[in-house]
Design a protein around this ligand. Structure first.
Ligand code: K9V
Length: 331
């Protein structure tokens, strides 16, 4: 099926803001059918935006679902607070529940969570922190990993998972300083979304992170139209890269906050869950999800032939898997 996608100012959606505190406002896209049977909250990853779910929103609308899609903390038209603690998964889980409660009001309809990449890591933690609020949860690309019983530094994680080596660069000052302003952001977006240099060079690799020498030679992304690249460039001007990169700087805070879950023996997800694996995602390779079903009561696993950008590259397949799974969940 030809996969319909939203434009940024699509008439089928509204753009809204929700203020949590004086320093924390979220911008979110809302798509509401007349009598929705459930609400889906979609959480994007790095380096993305609410706009990153543009191929999924029309399909979910067609299933008579209301869809809430925020720019997550640090991104787009949402706030990028200075304090690192605001970017912990526990803190952002509370923000997402507050946003969903605000939109759903007193309605007692099911809340379904969907995440991609870092948004996948967040929806798994939301299911742990708010089990009574979450009717079902799906993640594209990001497997579930239970809260750590012992602290592992980023360096120790990389020793175990070499595919995360790029995170050592993202935690540091280089990308925050080097990807600023329209030109560098345009090169970064084209490169992160598959653009290559004339001799086929990449702008990013999991082993090296951002390859700055290739930035000014990168061509057009094969996954985004030039107009879509300009959406990312425009939306990234307000906050820059500090907010997005802060998600990589909260390992210690996440560990300390999540000890509470370990102590209460809450590392298991009871809600109906779906994991959609991307066979060519070299940041989150298939090996990482081995054995994750041990932590679930009801996990469905599917896979799509795609790189990290499965939401775009395999939009119809992702929509098909999520749609069929939702029909089973909603009955
Ligand atoms: O860094 C991320 N995405 C950027 C990908 C950039 C890219 C663009 C284009 C092509 C390839 C790559 N994602 C994060 C998402 C959360 C993950 O942390 C949670 C976690 C663990 F810590 C341990 C075990 C499993 C687990 F999911 C860590 C990677």
């Amino acid at each position: 099926m030809a996969t319909d996608k939203l434009t940024f100012d699509d008439p089928r959606v509204t753009h809204n803001t929700f203020t949590i505190s004086p320093t924390k406002t979220y911008h979110y896209i809302l798509a509401s059918p007349p009598n929705p049977r459930a609400t889906v909250l979609l959480i994007h990853g790095f380096p993305d935006l609410a706009f990153g779910w543009r191929y999924q929103v029309p399909h979910l609308l067609s299933l008579n679902l209301r869809v809430i899609v925020p720019d997550t903390l640090g991104y787009g038209r949402s706030s990028a607070p200075q304090d690192l603690a605001s970017y912990s998964l526990k803190s952002m889980s509370a923000d997402m529940i507050a946003l969903a409660s605000h939109v759903m009001g007193s309605e007692k309809q099911p809340l379904i969570l969907g995440g991609h990449d870092w948004g996948g890591a967040l929806v798994w933690r939301l299911a742990l922190w708010y089990p009574s609020r979450v009717a079902a949860v799906f993640s594209v690309c990001t497997p579930y990993s239970p809260p750590d019983k012992a602290y592992l530094s980023p360096e120790q994680v990389v020793a175990r998972l070499p595919n995360f080596t790029y995170q050592l660069q993202l935690i540091g000052p280089e990308v925050e300083a080097g990807i600023a302003g329209e030109a560098a952001t345009r090169q970064f977006v084209n490169g992160m979304f598959g653009g290559r240099t004339p001799d086929g060079g990449a702008v990013f690799s999991t082993a090296r992170g951002v390859i700055f020498d290739n930035l000014d030679k990168v061509g057009q992304s094969p996954l985004l139209s030039p107009e879509e690249v300009e959406v990312y460039v425009r939306e990234y001007q307000k906050n820059g890269m500090r907010g997005p990169l802060n998600w990589y700087r909260t390992r210690k805070i996440n560990y300390e906050e999540e000890l509470e879950l370990v102590e209460r023996g809450r590392g298991r997800i009871a809600a109906p869950s779906l994991f959609v694996l991307a066979t060519k995602d070299n940041a989150l390779p298939p090996t990482m999800s081995a054995g994750m079903e041990a932590h679930f009561d009801r996990l469905e696993r599917r896979e799509v032939e795609a790189t990290h950008w499965a939401l775009v590259e395999a939009a119809a397949e992702v929509n098909g898997h999520v749609g069929r799974w939702l029909e089973g969940v909603l009955g």
